[in-house]
Design a protein around this ligand. Structure first.
Ligand SMILES: Nc1ncnc2c1ncn2[C@@H]1O[C@H](COP(=O)(O)OP(=O)(O)O)[C@@H](O)[C@H]1O
Ligand SMILES: N[C@@H](CCC(=O)OP(=O)(O)O)C(=O)O
Length: 360
């Protein structure tokens, strides 16, 4: 049977991999590994983004003194990640598939150079038949250096690796159109572009999860807007991965319709760089109108009314419209002093070139 996708990213949430008492659910892991191995053997390249380090370390160490939340996370993840990757290594070895560990953090996506280094690492792994198993490096990513959760990380990875699909496996069948606990609620099967889901999403999270359904939904929409199919499905259901790929019509899940327009690799990087912005370019009404038209336009000094913050050439800057609303991000073509000097003037070089501009 012809398969729809040749490269996918699969994100497995903590709750899929852990039992209620917080111990690692090796039976579930084994079932997921069997499915990934089956897809791998049919020629689908899989990048696995796996949570579960903290959850699996929790049962291994019992500290004599009370630990604060940062110490706990660092201790449990250091122990738990070793346990997790060891299990994966053994399970994939039974299928004759080599795996490699990629531990990363938010900062590694901030500069284009680090970004491309990571991309190269995973590309060379895939080219050599190695399945990358990615997780956040929880031992050193604390507070503002942390990803919201691994859903955010999986979105960045799917985008960076030009995956055709991102499958987010949680402990729920998809996004419900009401409280998941309400029997009248149903799974929304397809979510088109521009659909606002905020009224459906409860703030509740599963017991070991970090971000909840809201981050999943936000990240899913952003990634789908880059032309990548995003699927949210239940990782606790038997054979879910294989069914999603081989029987997409009859398998329960929520699917985000991907944008039909391809987005360039550099624009994908910029799209996910909002959190690294070093400054702001405030633009006038006319420039805002032009940015939302069909034309490919750059941010020219003549349309800039204010430059906030200090930034260097190639830093990420936020684009703010005439009403003070952030509307996008871009890579600066000059530093903030040069931008201020050129502001409001005609005939000057773009401060952000169209190729390095992402408007939301
Ligand atoms: N409308 C909704 N549809 C589905 N799940 C929802 C909804 N609103 C809130 N949730 C909650 O989101 C949880 C999944 O998010 P999360 O706890 O982050 O999981 P994971 O650990 O897999 O990342 C579900 O278990 C559910 O309790
Ligand atoms: N890096 C953490 C993942 C935490 C996290 O984001 O969990 P989840 O919300 O279940 O995807 C770990 O491995 O425990």
């Amino acid at each position: 049977m012809e398969q729809q996708f040749s490269r996918i990213a699969v994100k497995v949430g903590s709750n899929v991999l852990t039992r209620r008492d917080g111990t690692l659910d090796v039976t579930r892991m084994s079932a997921l590994v069997d499915q990934i191995a089956e897809l791998h053997k049919t020629g689908v390249e899989v990048i696995l983004v796996s949570s579960g380090a903290v959850a699996s370390g929790r049962s291994e160490v019992h500290s004599a003194k009370k630990l604060d939340s940062v110490d706990q996370r660092q201790l449990f993840s250091a122990v738990g990640q070793a346990k997790l990757i060891n299990r994966y290594y053994e399970l994939f070895r039974e299928h004759g598939i080599p795996v490699g560990q990629v531990l990363t953090m938010k900062e590694n996506f901030a500069t284009r150079r680090h970004y491309l280094n990571q991309k190269n690492c995973m590309t060379v792994m895939l080219e050599n038949g190695v399945i990358p198993i990615v997780n956040e490096n929880d031992t050193i990513s604390v507070s503002e250096l942390m990803f919201t959760d691994n859903d955010e990380l999986s979105g960045l990875i799917a985008s960076m690796m030009d995956a055709q699909a991102l499958i987010i496996l949680s402990n729920i069948d998809g996004i419900y159109n009401g409280s998941p606990a309400d029997p009248a609620s149903e799974v929304i099967r397809e979510i088109g572009q521009g659909k606002d889901l905020s009224s459906y999403i409860q703030t509740s999270k599963s017991s070991f999860g970090r971000g909840g359904m809201l981050t999943k939904t936000n990240i899913a929409r952003k990634v789908a807007d880059e032309g990548i199919t995003v699927i949210i499905a239940n990782g606790k259901r038997d054979n879910i991965l294989v069914d999603l790929i081989q029987h997409p019509e009859s398998t329960l899940c929520t699917r985000f319709t991907p944008s039909p327009e391809p987005v360039s690799s550099v624009k994908k990087w910029i799209a996910h760089s909002e959190g690294f912005a070093k400054g702001e370019l405030h633009i006038n009404y006319c420039a805002t109108e032009l940015l939302f038209s069909d034309k490919a336009v750059s941010i020219l000094p003549v349309g800039i009314i204010d430059v906030i913050g200090e930034f260097e050439k190639d830093d990420i800057v936020r684009i703010v419209d005439f009403g003070g609303k952030p509307i996008g991000v871009g890579k600066a073509n000059c530093d903030s002093t040069q931008a201020r000097e050129a502001m409001g003037k005609h005939g000057k070089k773009p401060v952000v070139h169209y190729d390095y501009l992402y408007i939301e």
